[in-house]
Ligand binder design. Structure first.
Ligand code: NAD
Ligand code: UDP
Length: 323
């Protein structure tokens, strides 16, 4: 039987990088967790440690199809987040964001429960306002290779707002900027895990373009704590709220830092810059500071050290060449 403060929480995309950490966090807070995932960009490994947890349940399901479950809160994280994964099957990526949002908003409407949307800095496209504030409408290419993700997430935000205005749903939209940490998949393809794995294997570090493009990197534990703060805000708070680190750096600097921290003999090489790769990205997190009282606590040195230690273990495990 559940206690009065215990919630039954649905986490879609719960087997993925952020989702698995969110499941851990919610369980540690005493909640029941229903993890829904179709393992498009993850495996059961990310949640295997939860297999025998008595408050954890796993359902294999694709959110592009309707879902009939009973829960008190919904965190919608289902969507591949790495460019190589979301561009692999772009039609499915758009369906996941758009049909997935429709299905989960429909569920939230029936249950009259709060619903959190894992939106993204990609709604700003290749921004020409810097740093990005929530009131900036963005500069996204609707027909480019990143559009399946960017426009899918933009449309999901539209759906969230229309369900809020039309049906009074309690929505919470977070615009997540680049986040990294343990449990990123070895084949994830995003920059932090790529560089660390290349450095640990003494392989060339692949900087795309000249490496002058910028990002700001947030450690996973900081991001997960912000998710819960966002979900617990008063009804009137809908977002969007930017969540991420305000410490901007170039991709080349990140490569040099990782070579240095791993003591690697890797050389830094240049590869072609993917199309529509944003030139400069960094969040303005004033709104998160004011509304959530939140800002990241784990610096890049500490976060990278933990992430490097994680990948050292993964790559050293028997049978884990990481391929
Ligand atoms: P991830 O790829 O590791 O996890 C996404 C999860 O969603 C995977 O387990 C995948 O199998 C699942 N999924 C994909 N399509 C699905 C479908 N149709 N039905 C059910 N499950 C499906 O990515 P992540 O980094 O954990 O990102 C989680 C969420 O946060 C995503 O919505 C992403 O857009 C958002 N986000 C993440 C970042 C970041 O830096 N990590 C930045 C911005 C936004
Ligand atoms: N990048 C890179 N080498 C890699 C992977 C990524 O130089 O091996 C660059 C990529 O071109 C982008 C930045 O790193 O400019 C961040 O890429 P990522 O895929 O992590 O996320 P994005 O912010 O582009 O969605």
């Amino acid at each position: 039987m559940r206690g009065l403060t215990t919630q039954r929480v649905l986490v879609t995309g719960g087997a993925g990088f952020l989702g698995s950490h969110l499941c851990d966090w919610l369980l540690s807070r005493g909640h029941e967790v229903l993890c829904v995932d179709n393992f498009y960009s993850s495996t059961k490994d990310g949640i295997s440690h939860l297999h025998d947890h008595r408050r954890f349940e796993l359902l294999r399901h694709d959110v592009t199809f309707p879902l009939h479950v009973e829960v008190d809160q919904i965190y919608n994280l289902a969507c591949p987040a790495s460019p190589i994964h979301y561009q692999h099957d772009p039609v499915q990526t758009t369906k996941t964001s758009v049909h997935g949002a429709i299905n989960l908003l429909g569920l939230a409407k029936r249950l009259r429960c709060r619903i959190f949307q894992a939106s993204t800095s990609e709604v700003y496209g290749d921004p020409n306002v810097h740093p990005q504030l929530e009131n900036y409408w963005g500069n996204a290419n609707p027909i480019g290779l990143r559009a399946c993700y960017d426009e899918g997430k933009r449309c999901a935000e539209t759906l969230f707002y229309d369900y809020h205005r039309q049906h009074g749903l309690l929505i919470k939209i977070a615009r997540i900027f680049n986040t990294y940490g343990p449990r990123m998949h070895v084949n994830d393809g995003r920059v932090v895990s790529n560089f660390i794995i290349q450095a640990l294997r003494n392989e060339p570090i692949t900087v795309y373009g000249g490496g002058t493009q910028t990002r700001a990197f947030c450690y996973v534990s900081d991001m997960i704590s912000a998710f819960e703060l966002m979900m617990e805000t008063p009804d009137a708070v809908t977002g969007p709220v930017n969540l991420g680190s305000p410490d901007e750096m170039s991709i080349r600097t990140l490569a040099e830092l990782i070579v240095d921290k791993t003591g690697s003999g890797s050389k830094i090489i240049e590869k072609p810059l993917p199309s529509d790769d944003p030139v400069q990205r960094c969040p303005d997190i004033t709104r998160a500071r004011e509304i959530l009282g939140w800002s990241p606590k784990v610096g890049l040195d500490e976060g990278l050290a933990k992430t490097i230690a994680y990948f050292e273990q993964v790559l050293a495990a028997p049978g884990q060449s990481g391929t």
